[in-house]
Write a protein that binds this ligand. Structure first.
Ligand code: SF4
Length: 360
């Protein structure tokens, strides 16, 4: 597995990445130096973290976040503040606006990511020069929703991950750009969710429940009359092949979306990764090549019981077009079973994949 060491040439036409800040400014420095990054996204500093539904304080000090903003500003890299808590109704909006303004000392933010549409008018009035981006948690999964988001003042859309495997709908969104010239599309390449998961609208609640249970030292089965298990995600996985149907984008397939004008930018998760793990992910996507277990780049939300690894290099070349246009008619199509036969290998190391607190 290759770790990027030197400054590679970014080819003409290659789209750049939005990368997470995991608390390691040296990692950001390295990533920016490669030339593949256009933006860093991050949660607010202590007392100002509105990036998850759980009301917990940021693990970063305000000073640390200012240093990050100042570095990116000096390098001409975008600064994207996450305020994508699903409901901001109960927050102090004046305090939020003051915090955004306070970052101007360090160079300011260039974008904010939101999940709650109702905050948009306040933000656009206060910061007309700051781009408002839709969080993946806004679940924009159709061209119609994309158009509505645009009309509401959102210029940049991180689309629902299910669209990674829905090329016809991405083409419809591409068509919208003929009319809404400044519309920008971002695809999250390595999220852990399952495609069209009916629980995705409650995704963040699941994290809150799990944290709550942990804090109370209880197992999730105590909740909801012993019916609710907070440990795995709520998706009903029927076989390991479902892991292939998760809407990750392979590093090798990034160019398919680029070449067909389906994405302006790509986003890489996760901001709670260790630097070692995040560097592997960033290297793979920057190089657009990965010789290893694709589930390492895009870990499952389900459980830590990885019985198989999925050898990325054994996934066939037509994977992106087959899975992107199949319409998930799995009852009659068994393409993913064939991919699993080729690419799944027993996880001989017995390595248990660490669960991610899935906060993109
Ligand atoms: S329809 Fe075929 S290609 Fe699409 S997810 Fe199902 S098995 Fe895979």
């Amino acid at each position: 597995m290759k770790i990027l060491k030197h400054n590679p040439q970014v080819s003409a036409g290659q789209r750049k990445y939005s990368i997470p800040y995991n608390g390691d400014l040296d990692l950001v420095r390295w990533a920016v130096k490669t030339g593949h990054v256009y933006e860093v996204y991050f949660a607010g500093g202590a007392g100002h973290d509105l990036s998850t539904v759980a009301s917990r304080d940021s693990v970063y000090s305000s000073n640390e976040i200012e240093k990050l903003v100042a570095f990116c500003s000096a390098q001409g890299i975008g600064r994207n503040l996450l305020i994508n808590k699903s409901v901001l109704y109960f927050e102090n909006v004046k305090r939020l606006l003051a915090y955004i303004r306070s970052l101007e000392r360090a160079g300011g933010v260039t974008a904010v990511t939101v999940a709650d549409q109702r905050i948009v008018p306040y933000l656009s009035r206060a910061f007309p020069e700051v781009e408002i981006q839709a969080s993946v948690f806004m679940h924009i999964d159709s061209a119609l929703k994309a158009r509505e988001a645009w009309r509401n003042g959102i210029k940049s859309l991180c689309l629902d991950v299910s669209l990674n495997r829905n090329i016809p709908e991405l083409e419809r969104i591409r068509e919208l750009k003929r009319y809404y010239k400044e519309l920008r599309v971002k695809l999250l390449v390595n999220h852990g969710c399952y495609c069209n998961c009916v629980h995705s609208g409650r995704h963040e609640d699941w994290l809150v429940f799990r944290d709550l249970m942990k804090r109370q030292g209880r197992k999730g089965r105590h909740a909801l009359g012993a019916l609710f298990d907070s440990e795995p995600c709520a998706f009903r996985r029927t076989s390991w092949v479902d892991e292939i149907k998760r809407p990750f984008i392979r590093p090798e397939d990034v160019c398919f979306y680029e070449n067909n004008g389906l994405a302006d930018h790509f986003k890489i998760a996760y901001r709670n990764d260790s630097s070692e793990e995040l560097r592997v992910k960033l290297s793979a996507y920057f190089l657009r090549s990965f010789d290893g277990d694709i589930f390492r780049l895009a870990p499952s939300n389900y459980r830590d019981d990885a019985e198989f690894i999925c050898s990325n290099k054994d996934i066939p070349k037509n994977f992106v077009t087959m899975t992107g246009r199949c319409g998930y008619a799995c009852e009659t199509c068994h393409y993913c079973d064939e991919v699993a036969t080729r690419a799944f290998k027993p996880n001989l190391s017995g390595h248990q994949r660490r669960r991610k607190d899935n906060i993109a």
